[in-house]
Design a binder for this molecule. Structure first.
Ligand code: FAD
Ligand code: NAD
Length: 538
């Protein structure tokens, strides 16, 4: 009892003390109420910012993981077969090439509608806009390629791939002669039969027949070209260090000449100068001062497809960064150590250590042999096509897209080839429907039904409209983390230049990368270079 009374007396005392301190705390808090409001608002803002940051990071990680998972784990494909379920024959579509045009077609095509066969000597797609960044190591080569096998495996219907080069096309017999370029099968030649053929073999670098170019210059078109340029640049730098500073041979070795002031030549010259200014100047400060980049252009200006204000901006920047710009200078001859150029009425010898040749495109051998087969193919600039991208002389079965073609107003750019591939995918879908209707007509003996089917075929055929190119503009990197852009928005053109345009250039190219894997690798390469600089090893 005593215990109980004692404890209840204690409890009521403690309760009184607690409620006293609680009331005091309440009064204090009421008094301080006005002053604490901003603190709680700040806390709220902080809290929601934190939530949104965490949310975005989680959503971003989820999105990236999902994309990568989808890329790594393709869905099952419908196998190829001679006929469809209704007994109609499944036509064979042969696609030549694995570049911008052909891959854009492959990515957009419903491959269950045809037995699709891809033939290309290169078993990957190359993201060419970032190729000029690779010889100096701003971007790793593996980051801008995507295997044909992965692209083909992600299509809904099975795609056959031959690592082979097309040698010739017979448009009458509907066959392509192909020569294997892989392993034990190398040199094996076979004829592939097609119902429809898409020629997307691109172009080769042109030399305009100038003597010595093939033997002595490097091009910048494919992965081995970029590797070759890197080896030459690094070797020359090392060789030069073994010679005395006064030796003219040392000066020659350290003069890197780029011929062609189109976007390829300009972007590469800019990357090379960046490498010298941003990296070599730290590791080899004295030697880096002796290195010279010379850009040679036959016309009065470089980058002639850009707006005049942007051309001036680029030329001024080249002057600032000490790129030796030689306009109105046309190369006439090349030896292993000297290029001979015509500047006005003068003939000048320019000694060089490394020569990169970027003077545009010429048709490939397979395109030339196809042209030779048809009288109407009388252009030297490429395969002639009509407004629906059908090859003149073989309109019923062959389409040609990208750099291998010539059509007024369509330039040899990735943008054009990509849009042509997309267009052709939609044409081939309609063509499949037309072929199905035609097959039903053949199976049908009812004249009235056949008339209906024929009018459907005509309607569908009339729905295949001419290809319409949608020009979005042009971008070029000009060095020192600056870029230029001619942007087409509706009817208006905008001309941008500078560091923000460089950020735009970067984001545009990231967005254009073929796969999510490429996008991530390119972004990581840029981060890597900004942290560690470019690697100088071969
Ligand atoms: P390609 O992409 O060249 O593909 C041709 C394909 O055909 C290749 O896979 C090749 O291996 C294959 N092939 C070759 N011979 C045969 C054969 N005999 N049989 C079968 N297959 C064959 N354009 C832009 O719009 N923006 C840019 O920023 C840009 N930057 C560029 C940078 C560089 C360094 C270069 C070289 C070009 C750049 N271009 C750019 C141009 C762009 O790359 C081309 O216009 C584009 O590649 C054309 O696509 P294509 O499919 O016709 O040819
Ligand atoms: P190009 O045809 O655009 O430019 C070649 C340049 O070389 C021309 O300016 C020409 O006058 C010059 N030239 C030719 N013979 C010469 C000689 N003997 N001596 C000196 N100069 C000479 O070639 P490219 O830069 O290789 O581009 C090819 C195609 O790829 C073009 O259609 C181009 O638009 C496209 N491309 C676009 C981009 C981009 O948009 N950023 C980048 C690279 C290539």
């Amino acid at each position: 009892m005593f215990q109980l009374a004692k404890s209840s007396a204690f409890r009521s005392g403690a309760q009184r003390a607690f409620s006293r301190s609680f009331r005091a705390a309440q009064q204090q808090s009421a008094a301080a109420g006005g002053a604490r409001k901003p603190a709680s608002l700040a806390r709220k803002i902080g809290k929601y910012t934190l939530y949104s940051v965490v949310g975005s990071v989680l959503a971003g990680t989820g999105y990236v993981s999902y994309k990568l998972y989808k890329e790594k784990n393709p869905s099952p494909q419908k196998p190829q077969s001679a006929t469809f379920d209704n007994g109609s024959p499944r036509k064979t579509l042969v696609i030549l090439g694995s570049g911008w045009g052909s891959v854009s077609l492959l990515k957009n095509l419903d491959t269950t509608l045809y037995n699709v066969v891809v033939v290309s000597p290169r078993n990957y797609f190359l993201f060419t806009p970032l190729l000029p960044s690779t010889p100096v190591g701003t971007i790793e080569l593996k980051s801008i390629v995507e295997p044909v096998r992965s692209i083909a495996r992600r299509a809904p219907g099975e795609v056959t791939y031959y690592e082979a080069e097309a040698l010739d096309v017979d448009p009458v017999g509907k066959t392509v002669k192909v020569k294997s370029v892989s392993g034990s099968d190398a040199d094996a030649v076979r004829d592939l039969k097609y119902d429809y053929l898409v020629v997307g073999v691109g172009a080769q670098p042109t030399t305009f027949g100038i003597p010595g170019v093939f033997e002595n210059a490097s091009f910048l078109k494919e992965i081995p070209d970029a590797q070759e340029i890197r080896v030459k640049v690094m070797n020359n730098i090392e060789k030069a260090t073994t010679l005395p500073v006064s030796d003219p041979e040392r000066k020659r070795l350290l003069n890197f000449v780029v011929v062609g002031g189109g976007p390829t030549g300009v972007e590469f010259a800019a990357e090379l100068q960046d490498y010298i200014d941003q990296d070599l100047s730290k590791w080899m400060p004295e030697l880096s001062k002796e290195l010279h980049v010379t850009l040679v252009e036959a016309l009065p200006n470089i980058l002639n497809m850009f707006d005049k204000s942007l051309i001036k901006y680029a030329e001024d920047l080249f002057q600032e960064t000490k790129i030796n710009l030689r306009t109105n200078t046309m190369v006439k001859n090349v030896t292993p150590t000297v290029i001979t150029a015509k500047c006005g009425d003068d003939i000048e010898d320019i000694p060089y250590g490394v020569l990169v040749w970027a003077t545009g495109n010429a048709p490939r051998e397979v395109s030339k042999s196809l042209m030779n087969r048809m009288e109407c193919q009388n252009s030297r600039r490429g395969l002639l096509i009509n407004e629906k991208l059908q090859l003149l002389g073989a309109e019923d079965s062959i389409w040609a897209i990208g750099d291998c073609t010539f059509y007024p107003g369509l330039f040899p750019t990735a943008q054009v080839a990509h849009q042509e591939g997309e267009y052709l995918a939609s044409v081939l879908k309609k063509q499949y429907k037309i072929d199905q209707l035609k097959w039903h007509t053949l199976q049908n003996s009812n004249a009235a039904e056949n008339d209906k089917l024929k009018s459907k075929v005509e309607k569908l055929s009339s729905q295949i409209k001419a290809f319409k190119y949608n020009h979005h503009g042009a971008l070029a990197y000009i060095g020192s983390e600056k870029a230029i852009a001619d942007l087409a928005l509706g009817e208006s053109m905008y001309h941008l230049a500078g560091s923000f345009t460089f950020l735009f250039w970067k984001s545009a190219y990231l967005n254009m990368c073929l796969s999510f894997r490429n996008r991530l690798l390119v972004a990581l390469d840029w981060c890597k270079v900004s942290f560690f600089g470019r690697d100088s090893s071969v």
